[in-house]
Design a protein around this ligand. Structure first.
Ligand code: ZN
Length: 468
């Protein structure tokens, strides 16, 4: 904060100082409701490049195009930050029940799954209804079998609350299967739909390896397999995958709308450029780039802000790595000097589709007070309520800078239909509702404008003893 700004902050009551920022934020919010950059960006991105797997030629081409898009829309210092990555290519895959009940099943290999042996593998399926039951069997006891975890459907919720526990199965399953002696791992897709579209997603490396081939079954196929197993006869399956990993690079695309008074103070708006390979990554996460770019533009259209707004389209959010370096978010953090990092005043991430925002979560210590009141005044008219819950992590891409102490906000989106589409072939542009997308951009524009034109220091608001 400059000496002048300190003087003003002391001389002018906080409420009065915020009045101009509130009016500016309301203008940015209302301008965002009229803008069309968000829909244009996500339409062009998903149409021109289709799926953008982490480290693929398509992700690279999309990043270069997006840098140009940023420049064309007035962003400054637009740059591409490259980092090494182990990429993963799906290849071809298939699954079938064999024997008396022979029939094909619809599966998708999980990200970074190894291939099956040439020609596939065939084995008896052993089903578990919880991760805990799977963990409880002795090591080596599933020798030569296919381990199957069907922990039930994800229940659709506004908050998307059920996703985390089910992704633990996806992350830990293949390593556990290897430990128990199984030759492959299969699971019910982490999803809330009843379509025959499996949900892919990354699995996790343990000690640098994913030991066995791993697949997600679509919900109706998981139902079918579980029913057949319940009849009591042994069920054998054939699984085949030609997946492979390869050494490549990914990249972050970074663009600034420099501040007028305190340009060194940075607000980072994050999302990710890469997508899964099955759909075109419209809701995950072309929409996030669209929302943050359009919100930043709507704010800048009202005049230059006091602080700098930085939009980052992170690379390689979706995939685990043999050695975890934080992917795009980690590469960005490592590029910052301690002084740069200390000047990162606020951050948020948009990575939950394009449906409407319903709540604002502020950093620890900031949920009440003058700033929270101002934010509520700006966001309430578009149906966004301030939450009493603090935002703690923000998301995968900004996770590394948040862990390093950058205050984080969350604009919570309606997740009721997100996990019907997420990581499936059905994640396509037509699923984006332009009206909800506009409301989403308006919420980002209103909140970020308020921060970009004020002196508020969220780091100073953290209580000495955080509440449990
Ligand atoms: Zn995502």
């Amino acid at each position: 904060m400059s000496a002048l700004a300190v003087g003003l902050a002391l001389a002018v009551p906080a409420q009065a100082q915020d009045a101009a920022a509130i009016i500016g934020a309301e203008k940015a919010r209302d301008a965002a409701l009229q803008e069309n950059i968000a829909l244009d960006y996500v339409t062009q991105l998903t149409t021109r490049f289709g799926p953008r797997p982490a480290g693929s030629a398509s992700e690279t081409a999309a990043a270069e195009w997006a840098a140009g898009y940023m420049r064309d829309h007035g962003f400054r210092n637009v740059r591409i930050q490259e980092f090494p990555l182990v990429g993963w290519d799906r290849g071809e895959e298939s699954a079938a029940i064999v024997g008396t009940n022979a029939q094909p099943l619809v599966v998708a290999a999980l990200g970074h799954s190894p291939a099956t042996p040439d020609g596939g593998l065939e084995a008896e399926v052993v089903r578990f209804s919880t991760l805990e039951a799977f963990q409880a069997v002795p090591d080596g006891s599933l020798a030569g079998k296919i381990a199957y975890v069907d922990a039930g459907q994800l229940v659709p919720m506004q908050t998307g609350a059920g996703y985390g526990p089910l992704t633990r199965i996806r992350g830990a399953g293949p390593a556990l299967a290897g430990q128990k002696g199984a030759v492959a791992f299969i699971m019910r897709s982490v999803g809330s739909d009843e379509h025959r579209m499996p949900h892919t997603g990354t699995t996790r490396y343990v000690n640098g390896v994913v030991p066995v081939p791993a697949f997600a079954l679509s919900a109706p196929d998981a139902d079918q397999l579980s029913r057949l197993i319940s009849y009591g006869e042994p069920v054998r399956m054939r699984l085949s995958s030609t997946a492979r990993t390869y050494q490549t690079t990914s990249r972050n695309v970074i663009g600034d709308l420099p501040g007028r008074m305190r340009p060194e103070e940075i607000i980072v708006l994050g999302s990710h450029m890469d997508s899964w390979d099955l759909g075109t990554g419209a809701i995950d996460d072309g929409a996030g780039g669209a929302i943050t770019l359009a919100a930043a533009r709507a704010i800048a259209d009202q005049g230059r802000t006091e602080r700098t707004i930085r939009v980052i389209l992170f690379g390689a959010e979706e995939v685990a790595q043999p050695v975890d370096t934080g992917n795009g978010g980690g590469a960005y953090l490592r590029s910052l000097s301690p002084e740069d990092l200390a000047n990162h005043v606020f951050t948020g991430e948009s990575d939950f589709g394009a449906d409407r925002v319903y709540a604002l979560q502020l950093p620890v210590g900031a949920q009440t007070g003058v700033f929270a009141d101002a934010a509520n005044r700006v966001l309430y008219p578009i149906g966004v309520l301030r939450s009493s819950e603090p935002e703690l992590d923000g998301g995968v891409d900004i996770g590394p800078i948040v862990q390093a102490g950058v205050p984080v906000f969350g604009l919570k989106q309606d997740g009721l239909r997100y996990f019907d589409l997420h990581h499936t072939a059905d994640d396509t542009l037509d699923k984006i509702d332009p009206e909800q997308l506009s409301q989403n951009v308006a919420a980002w524009a209103g909140l970020v404008s308020l921060v970009a034109n004020s002196d508020v220091d969220f780091r100073a608001m953290v209580p000495a003893t955080p509440t449990p």
